[in-house]
Design a protein around this ligand. Structure first.
Ligand code: C2E
Ligand code: CA
Ligand code: CA
Length: 594
């Protein structure tokens, strides 16, 4: 039966009505004649129409169907999953969905069907009807079963990470939707918690031991993480060295418990072929507590908490709260700005005098970077140096600092009598020490400004020496060979073993200001501080290196350092870090610039 054409323009109203009626009959015939069961439901889930095949498959007549809501046909275990899909369909997130499920026959037996559902919308895009098509799967053939098994395998591949076998992002998204499905409360109102895990220093393993070892590490970590999950939870690989643990129905306390468990399972050493190594993870937690939230937003929050925990040094756990949002966004903003800061000339060097405790003379100046941010004002180095390290900007920032310090020192030495023997101290971040060509770059900078190597001291923290102490020792020896001096900064706060210190060609230790601060006053704590300083000074003597007391704020501290035999002192008592012109005016006999 050909489809009756709609005449345009119709010759008369009668003719139009007749044609419409023919078309209606034609569509009805197609609908009724279809071997596939087709039903139309309204948005409240009531049956409006069902064809003969649908009635036969379901085993209920049209009238009966019209009296019952369509979900009452469902097997109770399949209901929640489909209800979620249907909501996603209505919201426009899906244009249709297909699933295999069970209906219940009137006698209560299960009826396996394959269902395809779509939505018909009106001109404004509002959903009007749902169209349901069902296939009876009771009598599927062997070939169909094989095809389904293959489909199942393909689906598994599409939803799992090949390396670890864990659920991938796609399956995670599905599970999150289901977990957030708040039943009667509506979508996004369920309770669950998300742990966003990032392995610390994974890149190091990959770079130094190779990708094969890196992969093995990820596999073993995946196994351990999977062991932390309860039935119903999901442990997924999010990408790279990032994992997600989704805890259904869990709150903050349970999430923190699992985070502690994760820390525990990761603490045991990993055997990676012939290597034995340790790994730790930084964890960000976000909780959906029943107030509407999308799965994307929840993941973003957990990611943000993780990022926040990383910024605080990593290997820790942070629970998302709104204030982080600001802190992290600010950091992200700064990251972009810092890239531009160098070229815009927003970075400056301040100088803080270092005096000899023997005769009080200013022997050196420590160069300390300052960032004059056009909007945020002066950003402290503790914030932008770590930022520069994390983003890789430290290389160019460090090169700038080194060059600017050398340039300033050369200018002072050439123009001011009081600066003829002045030396300058420059801080090196751990990353910089790892840069290939560092020694050559230092030598080139000195040469460019006509400075003797002895005029430059590089200050390193203990952490730079601990991570790869053999490589660090090599760099230090190369610097030593060129007569550049190396100072160990913030001494006492890191974890350098004293045995390593013996092997490193150091020129001086800078006693961390926390110990100096604990020296005066006469309290028990102060006594301890003095003890520590005494020990450090005698250690330095035995190593044959000099000692600088940092952060000297009172004359008592200064006197105590002198009494203990400390060589140099630095601190607010003598002077805070100053802009170059003020430093020159105060300590190098130059006229103060108005
Ligand atoms: P640091 O190397 O330990 O530098 C000494 C810090 O102590 C400076 O903070 C200085 O202003 C502060 N200070 C000096 N005297 C006193 C005192 O008497 N009392 C107290 N409470 N503090 C005092 P600043 O300039 O904020 O620098 C902080 C850190 O940032 C530095 O610690 C250093 O680790 C890093 N940094 C600064 N400039 C650079 C740079 O150019 N490169 C690298 N890699 N790191 C830098
Ligand atoms: Ca320093
Ligand atoms: Ca220091």
């Amino acid at each position: 039966m050909p489809i009756p054409p709609l005449l345009a323009p119709p010759h008369s109203t009668d003719e139009l009505l007749r044609t419409l009626q023919q078309r209606e009959e034609w569509f009805r015939a197609v609908f009724e004649g279809s071997a596939m069961g087709i039903a139309v439901v309204d948005m409240e889930g009531r049956f409006i129409d069902a064809n003969a095949a649908f009635q036969r498959i379901i085993g209920r007549g049209a009238d009966e169907l019209r009296r019952i809501p369509f979900h009452s046909l469902n097997h109770p275990d399949d209901h929640a999953h489909e209800a979620l899909q249907f909501r996603r369909l209505v919201s426009g997130e899906l244009s249709s969905y297909q699933l295999e499920k069970r209906y219940l026959r009137p006698d209560g037996t299960e009826l396996p069907v394959r269902l395809t559902t779509s939505v018909v919308r009106d001109g404004d895009g509002r959903p009007r009807f749902g169209v349901i098509m069902v296939d009876d799967l009771t009598h599927r053939t062997r070939a169909e079963e094989e095809r389904e098994a293959l489909e199942e395998r393909l689906r598994h591949l599409a939803l799992h990470d090949p390396l670890t076998g864990l659920p991938n992002r796609v399956l995670l998204a599905e599970r999150m939707h289901a977990a957030l499905d708040g039943g009667d409360e509506g979508e996004g109102c369920g309770t669950c918690a998300v742990l966003f895990l990032d392995l610390d220093r994974f890149k190091n393993v990959n770079d130094s031991l190779g990708h094969g070892v890196g992969d093995e590490l990820l596999r073993q970590v995946a196994l351990r993480l999977a062991a932390c999950a309860r039935p119903g939870d999901t442990v997924a690989r999010f990408g790279g060295d990032e994992f997600i643990i989704l805890l259904r129905g869990a709150g903050r306390e349970q999430a923190l418990q699992v985070a502690a468990q994760v820390r525990e399972v990761l603490a045991a050493p990993l055997e990676l072929g012939s290597y034995r190594t340790y790994t730790t993870a930084t964890v960000g937690i976000a909780v959906a507590d029943g107030t509407a939230i999308s799965s994307d937003e929840l993941l973003r929050n957990a990611d943000m908490a993780m990022y926040y925990a990383k910024a605080g040094g990593g290997t820790r756990c942070a629970v998302f709260d709104r204030s982080m949002h600001r802190a992290v966004l600010e950091r992200l903003g700064l990251e972009t700005d810092l890239r531009a800061a160098l070229s815009r000339g927003e970075l400056r060097l301040f100088f803080q005098p270092i005096v000899s405790l023997e005769n009080g003379a200013v022997v050196a100046a420590e160069a300390l970077a300052r960032w004059e941010h056009p909007v945020h004002g002066r950003v402290p180095p503790d914030r932008f140096i770590t930022l520069a390290e994390d983003t890789g900007l430290i290389a160019s920032l460090g090169a700038w600092v080194l060059n600017e310090a050398a340039r300033q020192l050369a200018e002072w030495r050439a123009t001011l009598a009081g600066a003829a023997a002045l030396e300058v101290s420059v801080n090196l971040s751990p990353r910089q020490l790892k840069e290939p060509g560092l020694v050559e770059a230092v030598a080139a900078t000195l040469g460019e400004h006509g400075l003797p190597a002895a005029a430059l001291k590089l200050e390193l923290t203990e952490s730079s020496l601990v991570e790869d102490s053999a490589a660090a020792a090599g760099v230090l020896r190369a610097l030593k060979k060129r007569e550049v001096q190396v100072y160990l900064d913030d001494f006492g706060t890191g974890y350098s073993s004293l045995s390593t210190l013996h092997r490193l060609p150091l020129d001086a230790l800078k006693i961390d200001r926390s110990f100096v601060a604990g020296m005066d006053g006469g309290t028990t704590g102060a006594h301890k501080g003095a003890e520590i300083v005494r020990t450090i000074v005698s250690l330095a003597r035995s190593l044959g290196v000099r000692v600088v007391g940092e952060g000297v704020e009172t004359s008592e501290q200064l006197a105590a350092l002198r009494a203990l035999g400390c060589d140099f002192a630095q601190g607010y008592l003598i002077s805070p870090p100053l802009p170059p012109d003020e430093f020159a005016a105060a300590f190098l006999g130059a006229p103060a610039v108005p």
